[in-house]
Design a protein around this ligand. Structure first.
Ligand code: SF4
Length: 230
C-alpha cells in the first residue's frame, strides 16, 4: 500500500511529554473531524488542498527518514488523521531502522501498527475516540478554544490508564492572542486537579517546523479563520 503524504519534515517535538526532542514528522493527508480552529487545514479543507499529494510506500518513507534525520531521532506520524490508514507496514519499516515511532490521533478508528507512544487529542464536538484508543493512549491533549472544552474533552476519556498524562492546551489562536479567559481557566483547573498539566505549542514560537525546506510554507491561517468557515 501507499500512504498519502501531505508533508514531511525534520524538526523537534513542540508539545507534550517529549517536548524538545528531535523528531521527523510524517503528516498524512485527510481528516473528517473538521475542527473549527484546525492548524493543519491543508490536510482536509477545500480552500487549502495542495495541488498534489505524494503517495509513498512504507519502504520509501523509511528511506527518506533515514536520509533526512540522524539515528536517534524519533518519528511522529500525524495528520490529518493518520489512524484512518493501516500503519503496520510503516511502523514495521521505521522500527527496522531502529526508530521510536509515535502517533498523534483523535482516535476515531482501530489502531493498526506497533506504536511506541500514542498521543490522543479527542474532539468532543466531532467523532469521539474509540475505547480501544483511549485505553492505549500514553498522553492526551485537550485543545481548549473555549473554557467549556476542558470538561467536554475530559468526558471522552472513560477508560484512560491512570499513568497517562493529560494536557490542557490553549488552542493556538487563544495562546497567540494571550486570551486570559482561556489561559486562566487552564491554570485554575490544573491547580484544582493536579493530574492535569498546562501545555503550550512551543514549536510555533520558534517557528521550528518552517526551517525544513519540505514543510508546508503556505499561509494557512493558524488557529482558524472564521470568515472562511473554520
Ligand atoms: S483532528 Fe486535527 S487535523 Fe483533523 S480537523 Fe481536527 S485539528 Fe485538524
Amino acid at each position: 500500500m501507499k500512504y498519502p503524504v501531505y508533508e514531511r519534515f525534520y524538526t523537534w517535538q513542540g508539545e507534550g511529554v517529549h517536548l524538545g526532542a528531535a523528531a521527523y514528522f510524517i503528516r498524512l493527508y485527510g481528516c473528517p473531524q473538521a475542527c473549527p480552529w484546525c492548524d493543519s487545514a491543508g490536510t482536509w479543507h477545500r480552500d487549502y488542498r495542495p495541488e498534489g499529494v505524494t503517495l509513498m510506500s512504507a519502504h520509501d518513507l523509511a528511506e527518506v527518514v533515514r536520509a533526512e534525520s540522524p539515528a536517534g531521532a524519533m518519528v511522529v506520524i500525524t495528520g490529518g488523521e493518520p489512524i484512518l490508514f493501516d500503519l503496520a507496514p510503516l511502523t514495521d519499516a521505521l522500527h527496522a531502522l531502529g526508530r521510536r515511532v509515535h502517533l498523534e490521533t483523535s482516535g476515531i478508528a482501530p489502531l493498526r501498527g506497533e506504536l511506541d507512544w500514542v498521543t490522543l487529542s479527542p474532539k468532543p464536538f466531532g467523532t469521539w475516540p474509540t475505547p480501544e484508543v483511549v485505553a492505549r493512549a500514553d498522553e492526551v491533549k485537550i485543545i481548549v478554544h473555549d473554557v467549556s472544552d476542558i470538561q467536554a474533552g475530559l468526558e471522552t476519556l472513560d477508560g484512560l490508564r491512570g499513568e497517562a498524562v493529560i494536557w490542557l492546551h490553549p488552542e493556538w489562536s487563544r495562546a497567540r492572542e494571550r486570551d486570559m479567559t482561556v489561559l486562566n481557566a487552564i491554570t485554575d483547573t490544573v491547580k484544582r486537579h493536579p493530574r492535569l498539566r498546562a501545555g503550550y505549542q512551543m514549536h510555533k514560537l520558534y517557528r521550528a517546523d518552517d526551517l525544513d525546506p519540505s514543510s508546508d510554507k503556505r499561509l494557512i491561517p493558524l488557529g482558524g479563520n472564521t470568515e472562511l468557515g473554520y
